[in-house]
Design a protein around this ligand. Structure first.
Ligand code: SAH
Length: 452
C-alpha cells in the first residue's frame, strides 16, 4: 500500500524561515532544506488544518538555483537559511517577499518593487558578531543556539562573520580553556561568561557579557587580545554584567578593561561614535546605499524640517541634516541619544536636535507644541510603528513619509493604516540585501500625500 503521507512536488516558493513550499493535492507543506525550483519527494510529518510540515526524503530534480551550502553547520544553525540557494535567486526571493507583503497585507495593487540591491561582498559582511557561550569548563561551547532552544552549539567558523571576529573568538576560547573560566549555565543560573561579541568600525570593540562582576584572569585576556594581528586596532574591551535570569543579552552595568565603550565608524563622509549598547546597521556595504536612497526619497531642498524617528545614534538624521533646515531625531535608548548628540557635534551639524523616549510618546506633545515636519523618516524595529505614532504623523500631514523597514509585514501593515486613515499613497519600494543568505530583507518605501 502506498503511504498517503509521501508525495512528490515541485517547490513553488519560500517561507519566512527559508523552508521550501510544496503542495500535496492543494495542501501546503513546508519543507526544510528544499530550494525553490527543486522537485522533491517529501513525507508529511505534521498536519495542521490548513498546512503541514514535511521531511525532505529526496531531491528528485534539483533546482538550477541549488548550490552546496559553504557552512558545515547550515542545517543546525538556522542563521543563513538561504545558503543552499544561489545569490541571484536570493535577491529575487527578497524582491518577491516585499511585493507579496505590500500587495497582500498592504493592499497596494499597483506598487512597483525595484530589484533588490545586492551586498558586495555577500560573505563575511557583518561588522558585528555575537556568540552565546555555554557548555562546561572542560568543554566550552561558543557559537549559536540550536533552533528553538537555548542549547549552545559550538561553531568553528561562520560564513558571514568578520574574519577579525573569529580571531578574537579563538583567542577568547583559548583563554577560557587555559584558565578554566566557567561558561554560564542558563538552567542553573551558575557560571560566568554568557556572551562575547565584537563590533568593527575604524577600530574594534570586544564585549564580554558576564553573570558576575568579577572575572578572573582578565588582565591575561586583555594582553592576549591586544597582541592579536587584526585588520583594525582594538579600541575597547568592556565587561557587561548581566546577573539576571533573562533572555536579554546585555545587563545594565559595565566597566572597561581597556580603552573605551564605543568605537567610531564611518558611513559616507560622516563619522559616527557608536556605543556598544547602541543599534548600528550590521552590513557596512549596503548601509551607505540604503541611507542614500532614504535621503533621495526625501527630496530635500534645504528648507525642510525633518523628523527622523527611531533614529538610533543619529545615523540617518545626520545624512538628512546636510540637506535640510532642521532635523529632529527621536530614539528610546539613552546611550544612543547621547551618541547622536555627540555625533552631531563631531560632524559640526548644528541643525539636528535629539529627544530620548518612545517615538509614540515623544512626538504627539512635540507636534502639539507646534513642531511641524515636512518630511518624516521612520526606521522602526521589527514590530513596526505604534499606531499612536502613525496617528500623530498622519494628523501632522507631512508631504512625505520615508519608511525604512527591516520587516516588510509591519511595513505593509503600517503603510495600509497611513493610506486608509490619512490618504498616503505608496507607488514604489526598494529592497536592500542587508542580510545575505538569510530571509531578512530591508526595504525603503516612499509614502506621499495624495494631494501633493
Ligand atoms: N535609524 C537607525 C536605527 C534603526 S533601528 C539606524 O539606521 O541606525 C531601530 C531603533 O529604534 C533602535 O535604535 C531602537 O533602540 C529604537 N526604538 C525601538 N523602539 C522605539 C520606540 N518606541 N521609540 C523610539 N525608538 C525606538
Amino acid at each position: 500500500m502506498t503511504n498517503p503521507n509521501i508525495f512528490t512536488s515541485p517547490i513553488y516558493s519560500v517561507a519566512e524561515d527559508g523552508s521550501g513550499i510544496a503542495k500535496c493535492d492543494g495542501y501546503t507543506v513546508f519543507v526544510k532544506g528544499a530550494v525553490i525550483g527543486d522537485e522533491c519527494k517529501i513525507e508529511i510529518t505534521k498536519r495542521n488544518k490548513t498546512y503541514g510540515f514535511g521531511k525532505l526524503l529526496e531531491v528528485t530534480k534539483p533546482s538550477q538555483s541549488r548550490v552546496e551550502p559553504i557552512c558545515p553547520q547550515f542545517k543546525e544553525c538556522g542563521g543563513c537559511t538561504l545558503l543552499h540557494t544561489d545569490y541571484e535567486t536570493q535577491l529575487k526571493i527578497k524582491k518577491e517577499t516585499v511585493y507579496n507583503a505590500l500587495t497582500r497585507i498592504g493592499g497596494f495593487e499597483d506598487i512597483f518593487v525595484h530589484d533588490t540591491i545586492p551586498s558586495v561582498p555577500n560573505f563575511n559582511y557583518r561588522n558585528k558578531s555575537q556568540y552565546p557561550v555555554g557548555g562546561t569548563a572542560s568543554n566550552v561551547k561558543i557559537g549559536f543556539y540550536a533552533p528553538r532552544s537555548h542549547n549552545v552549539v559550538n561553531s568553528d567558523s561562520c560564513a558571514i562573520e568578520n574574519p577579525d571576529a573569529r580571531i578574537i573568538l579563538d583567542a577568547f576560547r583559548c583563554w577560557m580553556e587555559k584558565y578554566h573560566i566557567l561558561p554560564y549555565n542558563e538552567e542553573k543560573h551558575t557560571g560566568t561568561i554568557r556572551h562575547i561579541y565584537s563590533r568593527t568600525g575604524e577600530s574594534i570593540m570586544v564585549v564580554i557579557v558576564s553573570r558576575t562582576r568579577e572575572i578572573e584572569h582578565l588582565e591575561e585576556l586583555k594582553n592576549e587580545l591586544l597582541s592579536l594581528k587584526l585588520s583594525k586596532p582594538i579600541g575597547g574591551i568592556v565587561v557587561n554584567i548581566n546577573s539576571q535570569r533573562t533572555n536579554t543579552i546585555l545587563g545594565k552595568y559595565d566597566y572597561t578593561v581597556f580603552g573605551e565603550k564605543f568605537i567610531y565608524a564611518k558611513i559616507d563622509d560622516i563619522t559616527y561614535k557608536v556605543n556598544y549598547k547602541s543599534f548600528f546597521q550590521v552590513n557596512p556595504y549596503t548601509t551607505n546605499l540604503l541611507y542614500k536612497k532614504a535621503l533621495e526619497l526625501c527630496s530635500l531642498t534645504g528648507n525642510e524640517t525633518v523628523f527622523d524617528l527611531y533614529c538610533g545614534i543619529g545615523t540617518i538624521s545626520l545624512f538628512l541634516a546636510r540637506n535640510a533646515k532642521k532635523v529632529i531625531g527621536v530614539e528610546i535608548v539613552p546611550e544612543a541619544i547621547e551618541d547622536a548628540r555627540e555625533n552631531a557635534r563631531l560632524n559640526s551639524m548644528e541643525n539636528a536636535r535629539f529627544y530620548c523616549g518612545a517615538a509614540e510618546e515623544v512626538c504627539p506633545p512635540l507636534i502639539k507644541a507646534g513642531e511641524k515636519a515636512d518630511v518624516v523618516v521612520v526606521d522602526p524595529p521589527r514590530k513596526g510603528c505604534d499606531e499612536k505614532l502613525l496617528d500623530a504623523i498622519g494628523k501632522m500631514k507631512p508631504d512625505k513619509i520615508v519608511y525604512v523597514s527591516c520587516n516588510v509585514s509591519t511595513l505593509a501593515r503600517d503603510a495600509k493604516i497611513l493610506h486608509e486613515k490619512y490618504g498616503y499613497e505608496m507607488k514604489e519600494a526598494f529592497p536592500f540585501d542587508q542580510f545575505p543568505h538569510s530571509m531578512h530583507v530591508e526595504a525603503v518605501a516612499l509614502l506621499q500625500h495624495a494631494l501633493n
